[in-house]
Design a protein around this ligand. Sequence first.
Ligand SMILES: Nc1ncnc2c1ncn2[C@@H]1O[C@H](COP(=O)(O)OP(=O)(O)OP(=O)(O)O)[C@@H](O)[C@H]1O
Length: 324
Amino acid sequence: MRVQMDAVRRSYHVRRRPETGSRLARLVRRERSEVEALRGIDLRIEAGESVGYIGLNGAGKSTTMKLISGILTPTAGRVTVDGRDPHRERRRLSAELGYLAAQRASLWWDLPVKDSYELIRRVYGIEPALFRRRSEELVGRLDIGKHLNTPVRELSLGNRTRAELVGTLLHAPKLLLLDEPTIGLDIFAREAICGLLKDIRETDGPTIMMASHDLRDVEAVCDRIVMIDAGRLVHDGKISELRGLGGGTRRLVIHHAEGHTPPSAPGLVPIGAAARTVTTFEYAQGNLPPEVLSALFSDPLVDDVQLEAPGLEQIIKSLYRKAD
Ligand SMILES: Nc1ncnc2c1ncn2[C@@H]1O[C@H](COP(=O)(O)OP(=O)(O)OP(=O)(O)O)[C@@H](O)[C@H]1O
């Protein structure tokens, strides 16, 4: 499914206690004010794309997903999914939408997991044989077979999220909105979820939009990153291009004996706080004199030398700094 947002703005009205006035007035009165969550978003996601949607807390990620799912309407601008208004055509869209968010449970709290799946089957009219095949496969992949008879409220966060994800995927949605699908989960649950999403992406080819604070998850599942900051897009591009934005900067990390000063050279810029056994330099790619390396390798007080390209996290931090 194709998602398009044109000059989308979304505000919330909030009532706050006044900051001035008598104590009584501050206690009793409420002033109406407006929070601008999105301040003019233009975004196009083609069918079958997988987009990591990243931003700091309060940047506007969840608001965007609620607009695309039709739960909210924009204050200004236009949102369409396959050319249609998702709010006006919510019923039609829901048949093709899978929306996973912590605040939006799709399973019934008091029912055993498998009963919720059966209800989902009926709601979406999934043919029984297809349902059996798909549920067995998803349940197996996420290893929740032993929890199918457990009421959802008794599941751990990790198992609940796995069970929710199966519920979200049962009807093979063509648009997947995933709002922090791995938040609070351990490494096994995260890997299981991201691995499944990656496979679903290849086999079913849905459009995926995944909000996450964890760049490892975004890298595992998506090939494009859209970055939002205080309601505005600050970056949109392929992950591979983003890596290129690290420019030609590289790092030389030297592990050495305590207090030792390793040999340096012009063009090596020391970075980070001085540590007693680690010294880090930054240098422009191709600008590391070979004699520095041979001096380091022959230095008996140097234990290890690493050459590093900047990680995605570092590149993204520098994009935030630029956006400020
Ligand atoms: N129902 C609401 N009423 C009032 N303000 C809201 C409401 N929902 C969100 N906001 C405000 O809108 C802004 C964007 O919130 P949103 O939840 O979309 O951000 P987010 O990027 O998903 O944040 P997080 O990473 O913390 O989940 C924030 O300032 C938030 O306080």
